[in-house]
Write a protein that binds this ligand. Structure first.
Ligand code: HEM
Length: 124
């Protein structure tokens, strides 16, 4: 079930993102705040919402949904270190930011298609 994996990954990303928030607050070092924000918003909020969508629309749990799950997870796992590299000035991590941005954006574009396809006019 795709929804189950979206929901499970979302809570794990939420725990990691909030853990970063607690660590930033404790150390008064906020330099990685954009990484924290993206893990929380793409990982926790975005993935949980996708999980709820697939739970409500089981007919949408196709191969495309599987591609969406893998793409969004991979995208965030590339994007987070990529953003960290950008704010810390580590040029070697720039390719991760670029690849992560493209994969995350493509996954969202795919989700747009999935949502539109499965929220068409109600059948009589
Ligand atoms: C245990 C929970 C959380 C803690 C302790 C926490 C802590 C923090 C801290 C310390 C900052 C930096 C503030 C600063 O730069 O002055 C921050 C920024 C931010 N947080 Fe959180 N946060 C938590 C949960 C969340 C969640 C759930 C979201 C979104 C769903 C979120 C989104 C953001 C955003 C958008 C920023 C601004 C990032 C930036 O300025 O680049 N946070 N948070």
């Amino acid at each position: 079930m795709i929804s189950r994996w979206f929901l499970r990954l979302a809570v794990v990303f939420g725990l990691i993102g909030m853990g970063m928030g607690v660590a930033m607050g404790a150390t008064h070092d906020f330099v990685l705040a954009p990484v924290h924000a993206h893990i929380n918003l793409v990982g926790w909020v975005g993935m949980f919402l996708a999980g709820l969508f697939y739970a409500a629309k089981p007919e949408a749990e196709t191969t495309l949904a599987r591609v969406h799950l893998v793409g969004l997870t991979l995208g965030l796992c590339l994007l987070a270190p990529g953003i960290a590299g950008a704010v810390l000035g580590i040029a070697a991590l720039t390719p991760l930011a670029i690849a992560g941005s493209i994969v995350t954006f493509a996954s969202m574009a795919l989700f747009v298609g999935i949502v539109f396809r499965h929220t068409g006019p109600a059948k009589a």
